[in-house]
Design a binder for this molecule. Structure first.
Ligand SMILES: C[S@@+](CC[C@H](N)C(=O)[O-])C[C@H]1O[C@@H](n2cnc3c(N)ncnc32)[C@H](O)[C@@H]1O
Length: 426
């Protein structure tokens, strides 16, 4: 049997997700049906059997969820949406014993109230189950057993059953996070955009709770992102249990083998905050690779962790989230003592931030010849602050925050310098 799936992902990562899905199909599906579909802003469509849907849940690092398409039809008003939802055979998928949550997303929809549309979809599903089974499911918006998503455009309504449950960026190993952690699926997508492959040195000089490093280590060790978690489809009345067992056992075997045969991963991190490094260590311990080398260090004083050039990746603190912390001009650690999510916020004025990025840029230019540096920031003026000219910039969204991933190629003798944003151009 073949189904249509839609996989949402952070905006900007659609092509990376499509490439990842093709890889998952060729590595894990043993010829089971999979047809790549259209990329649309915010996600990728594909067709496939249960095995493909389950493999995407287990192996995709970039997906936010895997949604199974249940119905699609033009609509004019909420009553049409109610009728569409009422016709669907929900009783084949789950019973009234499961708790339910409905979410509606709309683009250019003429509907006046999304809340009312959400209520109508929920009513239709509950009415359907009451008619067919004699009982209505309870609603649980916190941790429901089953989630239904409705996606409405100006003309059409599509109903999806979520096969993932908790969003897929929740891998199950990160309990300790800082004030501004990066979502795991955004970090994994960025790693793919950098072109990093296992064996190439990878360094994050502002690693915080270690998201880039953990994602990279799992890739290098062939550990599936979902191997330690459960999925929404496991509560469904129907899914391919034997295909799931096979996929899961293969992933568990691969994880055991990876731990036994681990070599030097060449994955390095540092951060100015010992508190954050503690969190990173606790995360790595839970994720199964406690020995990643971490150092407490101001990024302005960073040096390459190995002689071979590699990939540097970082998301530095930025205005909206947290502030730069470090030593002031006279070497004093600037700190207000205010704790936020375990992270001590810094006294940082604009001068500090400008000085920090200029020194960080100097460190890149002087000490990282041959490296490729990728910096994620919402600040479009970052290249000017670093006094480096970017060789590429990719728009990405960190939640609602519009960001850029800047690429700097630090090639010997040809580092492209640029004047500071506030200096006149020569
Ligand atoms: C946006 S967070 C990075 C989050 C990280 N990617 C994660 O997954 O948790 C920025 C990090 O920069 C660190 N930081 C701030 N000032 C620094 C400095 N001068 N040198 C090195 N790290 C610094 C903070 O401690 C924080 O962990």
């Amino acid at each position: 049997m073949s189904f249509e799936f839609f996989i949402p992902c952070p905006r900007g990562l659609e092509a990376a997700l499509a490439a990842e899905l093709a890889e998952i199909a060729s590595r894990h599906l043993n010829g089971a049906p999979f047809t790549a579909g259209e990329q649309v802003p915010g996600g990728v469509h594909f067709k496939g059997g249960w095995a493909a849907g389950m493999a995407a849940n287990l192996h995709s690092r970039i997906a936010s969820r895997v949604l199974l398409k249940i119905a699609h039809r033009p609509y004019r008003n909420e009553q049409d949406i109610y009728a569409l939802a009422l016709e669907q055979h929900w009783e084949q998928w789950f019973s009234a014993n499961e708790t339910l949550r409905v979410d509606v997303t709309a683009i250019k929809s003429p509907l006046r109230s999304l809340e009312f549309a959400t209520l109508r979809v929920k009513d239709a599903i509950c009415d359907r189950l009451r008619d067919k089974t004699g009982a209505r499911p309870s609603i649980d918006t916190g941790s429901p057993d089953v989630r239904v998503f409705a996606f409405v455009t100006a003309t059409d309504c599509t109903l999806y059953l979520d096969t993932s449950g908790e969003p897929l960026f929740k891998r199950g190993w990160r309990l300790d996070k800082g004030a501004a952690p990066l979502r795991e699926n955004l970090a994994a997508g960025i790693l793919r955009l950098t072109g990093w492959t296992p064996g190439t040195p990878l360094y994050d000089p502002m690693c915080g709770s270690g998201t880039f490093l953990a994602e990279a280590a799992q890739v290098a060790m062939n550990i599936a992102p979902g191997v330690d978690r459960r999925f929404g489809f496991e509560k469904f009345r129907q899914y391919d249990v034997s295909a799931w067992q096979a996929l899961k056992v293969a992933a568990q075997d691969a994880k055991r083998a990876a731990r036994a045969g681990r070599g030097d991963l060449l994955i390095f991190g540092s951060d100015i905050s010992d508190n954050m490094l503690e969190k990173a260590r606790a995360n790595f311990e839970r994720a199964g690779f406690p020995a990643l080398p971490l150092k407490q260090l101001d990024a302005r004083n960073m040096t390459p962790p190995v002689s071979e050039a590699g990939i540097l990746v970082a998301n530095p603190p930025y205005g909206e989230r947290i502030e730069v912390r470090g030593r002031g001009p006279r070497g004093e650690i600037r700190n207000t003592g205010r704790e936020e999510g375990g992270f001590r916020r810094a006294e940082a004025d604009t001068g500090d931030i400008a000085e920090f990025f200029q020194s960080f840029g100097d460190a890149l230019k002087k000490r990282f010849t041959g490296w490729h540096a990728f910096v994620l920031t919402s600040d479009r003026k970052l290249p000017g602050q670093l006094r480096l000219r970017e060789s590429a910039k990719t728009p990405l969204y960190n939640g609602a925050l519009e960001c850029r991933l800047f690429r700097f190629d630090l090639i010997a003798g040809s580092v492209r310098q640029r004047p500071a944003a506030d200096e006149p151009k020569a």
